[in-house]
Design a protein around this ligand. Structure first.
Ligand code: ATP
Ligand code: MG
Length: 394
């Protein structure tokens, strides 16, 4: 029954001359989100709003709404009935029938909100409001007018054709992807990092990602799991370039040369160093991790200080103060959880100490790292040049 969707966005985000940047990014992301949806759609902007017109005869309403509710930057989605202009009487009949179809229970308050985008329509907006209101009350005496806080806004927009809408489906909010710069996500196969990526993306930040694996100790299936997680994040975050780094040689070398209880911290410092090198090369403005204070030994504040010590660009940790249960809640909401809990090995869990330090001292860690000498710099170089790049696109 709906031939178009009106997309609403938060006005606050589009003040001043950045407005077109915001709107163009939103049009682009909406178009992308509808790529896999059956049907043909026309996405465009007019004064202060964005429209999605359905060009095909047939489409799946739930699928379209499902796609649109995953686009950041949208505050609400309004399904629109598009009517031919055959005079006021026919419009009134259509509006009355529309209300009957959408609201089986008529015990509601309403307000008609007419807007003339086409000024040669023979009635003025106020006249339309009054006349339509009367027709509605005639048809449904249980309904009541409330001009201050109506339960139903009956919106009627007079353009070349007439747009009729009253339903508002809440959008994903946030900012459109592409309006907030780009960041490098350290993406593991766990629960946390996909959620961290999703949260940063919600602020309009586009992502690249880096995954460290340790073949043959970690399997092809473990890698595929990360690719699948990147695909899930990319539904919200847009296309993602995923860098897959072979970390085996570096991990083994750290294992051989450093105190066992400091393995994880030193390994994490090398992950951050490598991620930062790729970030700089890809013009990313920061790193993103799924760390949260106290979750594991490597995420105490002392450990985070040691990991952060090697970074010169900002590290964004959107989950830093989140409880695991809250993170799981978001993971389920975005459809990542089922994939995240698949039981594949992770490079971090292959060489771990029985009793890792929980309060590492950054001075001591730095000192112990010096025993790795230049040899490790060559390994880092090799890891970078032999990396595999996987483009996650639609
Ligand atoms: P996650 O659930 O995201 O795997 P975690 O609770 O297992 O996190 P750690 O293993 O300590 O925590 O990792 C902390 C963060 O470091 C992760 O959230 C992720 O951003 C990054 N990270 C860990 N392992 C990898 C890896 N193999 N490749 C890329 N990033 C990683
Ligand atoms: Mg993990």
């Amino acid at each position: 029954m709906f031939q178009a969707f009106l997309i609403k966005y938060a006005e606050i985000a589009v003040k001043g001359k950045n407005r077109y940047v915001f709107e163009d990014a939103l049009v682009k992301q909406i178009t992308r989100s509808l790529k896999d949806v059956d049907g043909s759609f026309n996405v465009y902007k007019t004064q202060g709003r964005i429209h999605v017109d359905v060009k095909s005869e047939d489409y799946d309403y739930d699928e379209v709404v499902g796609a649109l509710t995953k686009v950041f930057g949208i505050s609400a989605i309004c399904p629109v009935v598009v009517l031919e202009d055959n005079g006021f009487d026919e419009l009134a009949v259509d509006v009355v029938n529309y209300l009957d179809e959408i609201y089986p229970d008529k015990n509601k308050t309403f307000k008609v909100n007419a807007r003339r985008a086409r000024k040669n329509y023979p009635m003025q907006s106020m006249e339309i409001n009054m006349a339509l209101g009367e027709k509605i009350l005639d048809a449904y005496p249980e309904m009541k007018v409330d001009v201050h806080k109506p339960e139903i806004w009956v919106n009627v927009e007079i353009r070349d054709r007439i747009y009729l809408y009253s339903i508002e489906i809440p959008g994903a909010h946030g900012m459109p992807i592409g309006t907030g710069g780009k960041a490098m996500l350290l993406l593991s196969g766990g629960i946390d990092s996909p959620v961290a990526g999703y949260m940063i993306a919600k602020r309009g930040v586009s992502l690249e990602a880096v995954y460290f694996h340790a073949p043959p100790y970690t399997s092809e299936r473990a890698k595929q799991k990360v690719v699948d997680l990147a695909k899930i994040v990319s539904v919200y975050a847009g296309d993602i370039k995923l860098h897959v780094i072979n970390f085996t040689e570096i991990q083994k070398y750290i294992y051989d040369e450093c105190p066992k209880d400091e393995l994880t911290i030193i390994m994490r410092r090398y992950m951050m160093r490598i991620a930062q090198l790729i970030a700089e090369e890809s013009k990313c403005l920061g790193l993103v991790t799924g760390e949260s204070i106290g979750q594991v030994a490597s995420q105490t504040m002392q450990s985070l200080l040691c990991t952060n010590d090697v970074c010169t660009i900002p590290v964004y940790r959107p989950l830093i103060a989140f409880d695991k249960l809250d993170i799981i809640g978001i993971s389920e909401k975005i459809g990542a959880y089922e994939t995240s809990i698949l039981p594949f090995e992770d490079c971090c869990t292959i060489w771990v100490a029985e009793h890792p330090v929980t309060k590492p001292n950054v001075g001591i860690i730095r000192k112990h790292e010096t025993s790795l000498s230049e040899k490790i710099d060559e390994m880092v170089e090799r890891a970078l040049t032999t990396r595999e790049i996987i483009e996650i696109t639609k």
